[in-house]
Design a protein around this ligand. Structure first.
Ligand code: ACO
Ligand code: ZN
Length: 441
């Protein structure tokens, strides 16, 4: 709902949020929506300005493209803006311009305006005074930062990470200490996950750091990968560093500063230098909702190589050993949903094919896969495999599914298929006392 902004601090009392007008560079503000040229798709897309920064005398705009994932948010120069079309939102007057000159990373006036309008529409309790440092500290230490309404967490704060031999661009905000946001590159020790803004300090650390694998027990090893199990309570710093790193690629999820109630399962590749992290999933020591995964991540440099499916497969193997059905914590991200759907489909189709046409029930599919009956039903419905026949549900493999499967098999013949050998998992469900699950003051 557009709300009328009556904040005295905002110099445009007669402009309503949501109103259309023609903007000029001088009147652009945080919150304004306009068409911005998107390089990859080579088209103009409607975008919202989230932050404005003056670099070498020229304003730059951090924009979010409407209806696209936040991963695509980016800084653009004025040349990418289309000012010929109508804009939507709070367009200022040219006199306001002066106050912007101090190259504030986030326009505090706009934040105040947002706070005021959020309060009026009763959406969230945005703080009245805004301090970036204070905000970041709160995000670092106060647990949940899910879908934070705060301005600061909407803007990606790190430019580049070096992890082992890879350089990676973060996708989202992560509450690293504020001084790191000024660095062109943040150096992450790929083994202990400590972070450094200065290359010299990082190199000095590397000569001293003796860790060569995640600090836990190796519970799986095959010719390609190893899995390590890590207790958040025993390896607090390491796990917090992992959460900080993974927040760079997870937008919608809670970052738990309190890592004690979680176990972390880290997948690595091995070479003569050590075990390099590919990805991980975290899991609550005890989940009231029956979740078998809290957060799951394949580092970007390893994505789309089948590792996500391997991580998911591992999480279900653990559930099988616990004698439980499990499901990932909701909400899933866009990529999380794609990854899980692909895994669920593969698993169910394989089970049906291995069953050689014999009749199976939803409950049997669930108990064989450790998937919840709800996930089995949704998968079958999505694939149009659940038919109602003579008053009963019948599961049937459709021609479309079979030909899709055929194509996948062909592709895997060429590319190879990553699989998990459950026999190689050396793991028993750990037992925790209440004191072991959380902070132990
Ligand atoms: N576009 C389309 N389909 C995709 C994409 C993509 N970018 N990524 C994965 N998929 C689908 C495909 O069907 C793919 O199979 P295919 O490559 O044979 O077509 C399937 O998912 C599995 O792909 P993998 O290579 O096994 O998965 P990957 O290693 O890339 O990891 C993951 C998937 C973990 C979701 C990864 O994208 C990621 O880390 N994303 C960022 C963090 C995130 O969003 N995590 C999930 C949050 S939800 C939660 O934590 C419970
Ligand atoms: Zn280190």
């Amino acid at each position: 709902m557009p709300t009328r902004d009556t904040s005295a601090e905002v110099g445009t009392p007669d402009v309503q949020t949501g109103e259309k007008s023609i903007a000029t560079i001088a009147t652009l503000r945080v919150g304004v929506k306009l068409y911005v040229y998107h390089d990859n798709s080579r088209e103009h897309r409607l975008a919202e300005i989230l932050s404005i920064q003056t670099r070498k005398g020229t304003p730059h705009y951090y924009v979010h493209y409407e209806e696209f994932n936040k991963r695509l948010d980016e800084w653009v120069p004025p040349t990418r803006l289309d000012l010929t079309k109508e804009t939507v939102g709070d367009v200022g007057t040219p006199e306001d311009e002066e106050a912007d000159e101090d190259s504030a990373e986030t326009d505090p006036k706009a934040t105040a305006a947002r706070a005021a309008s959020a309060k009026q529409s009763g959406t969230s309790g945005t703080p009245e005074t805004f301090s970036k440092e204070h905000e970041i500290e709160k995000l670092r230490t106060s647990g949940s930062m899910t879908q934070s309404a705060h301005e600061i967490s909407r803007v990606r704060n790190l430019s580049k990470l070096q992890i082992g031999k890879y350089e990676v661009e973060p996708w989202y905000f992560s509450p690293y200490p504020v001084e790191y946001t000024e660095e062109e590159m943040v150096f992450i020790c790929e083994f202990c996950l400590s972070y450094f803004g200065e290359e010299r300090r990082f190199q000095r650390h590397r000569t001293k750091c003796t860790l060569m694998h995640p600090p836990g027990n190796e519970i799986y090893r095959d010719s390609a990968v190893s899995f390590f199990e890590i207790d958040g309570r025993r390896q607090r710093t390491w796990c917090r560093n992992l959460c900080l790193l993974s927040k760079c690629f997870l937008d919608h999820k809670t970052l738990y500063y309190d890592v004690d109630p979680f176990l972390f399962y880290i997948m690595t590749t091995r070479d003569e230098y050590g075990c390099h992290m590919i990805g991980y999933f975290s899991k609550e020591k005890e989940s009231a909702e029956g979740y078998n995964v809290a957060c799951i991540l394949t580092l970007p440099q390893y994505q789309r190589h089948g590792y996500g499916k391997l991580l998911i497969a591992f999480s279900y193997e653990l559930s099988k050993r616990e004698g439980k059905l499990g499901s990932p914590e909701k909400p899933l991200s866009d990529l999380g949903l794609l990854g899980y759907r692909a895994y669920w489909q593969d698993t169910i189709v394989d089970l049906l094919l291995n069953n050689k046409g014999l009749e199976t029930t939803i409950d049997e599919l669930a108990s064989m896969s450790a998937m919840t009956t709800q996930d089995v039903i949704h998968t079958l419905q999505n694939l149009n495999m659940l038919r109602y026949f003579k008053g009963q549900h019948v599961i049937c493999l459709t021609d479309a599914i079979l030909s899709q499967k055929q194509k996948q098999v062909e592709k895997q013949k060429i590319k190879g298929k990553r699989t998990l050998d459950p026999e190689l998992i050396q793991w028993k469900p750990p037992v925790f006392t209440a004191a072991n699950r959380t902070w132990n003051w």
